[in-house]
Design a protein around this ligand. Sequence first.
Ligand code: UTP
Length: 276
Amino acid sequence: MIKKCLFPAAGYGTRFLPVTKAMPKEMLPILTKPLIQYGVEEAVEAGMNTMAIITGRGKRAIEDHFDISYELEHQIKDTSKEPLLTEIRSLIKKCTFTYTRQIEMKGLGDAILKGNALIGDEPFAVVLADDLCINQEGAGVLEQMVKLYEKYKCSIVAIMEVPEDQTYKYGVIDGKEIEEGVYMISNMVEKPEPKEAPSNLAIIGRYILTPDIFDVIKNTKLGKNGELQITDALMSLAKNGMVLAYKFKGQRFDCGSVDGYVEATNYLYDLEKSGS
Ligand code: UTP
């Protein structure tokens, strides 16, 4: 059973400057909830109860969000506003939140490695909260991935098809389809230009990782942009064993970009208005 979910949330969020100057990108609201709350809800739905969050300087608002605000509770008690806190209160009750800081922003691989102390020696999920994933038709993306993990017991990355001229934004995989939508990875390239991309199957911000990834990251050299890339570590893992890529069911919004953020907001606003 996978109980722990890691949230690398130490990045600077430069694409959202100036709003991210003093506020974490993960706290940007989609309607009335911050991005990271959607991620935590997805993890809880997938059966997880321990949220391990990698933060950095200026990210305190995340800790405060997943805590009780006594003053506020006191102010709104028995008023018509009290139900607005029901959802977050019940989420806080269901989970334990643990935190550690990434001191230098040396890439996603480094952020995940910092989570070793919080995760220990067990398989875990990773959510990049700025990738908002919604499946209106059924199970959330993490829940779909946990089911697949139970079958194959190896590391899994979520993938989606992207237009060929967009591959430079993602880690891109190559592999053999072993069942519908499930690929055994044979190659992975971080942010390739279209002509170097092995396919148009791009990795998005959902992973299930086995704990051997920590040692592999420790032995991985700095990659693209001088950062420790999780894609490079996963490629080593794939060479020595098996890593799967899973074409998830549902929709993903890149809320780390202004366009994706606005799209997600409109999508959820329309859903809420239509009452579904
Ligand atoms: P991004 O590539 O979106 O970077 O990181 P960023 O700094 O958050 O945003 P921009 O590009 O400057 O606008 C993907 C995810 O990895 C985390 C980020 O917090 C985000 O969730 N990350 C990235 C870290 O935690 N540490 C790092 O060193 C790099």
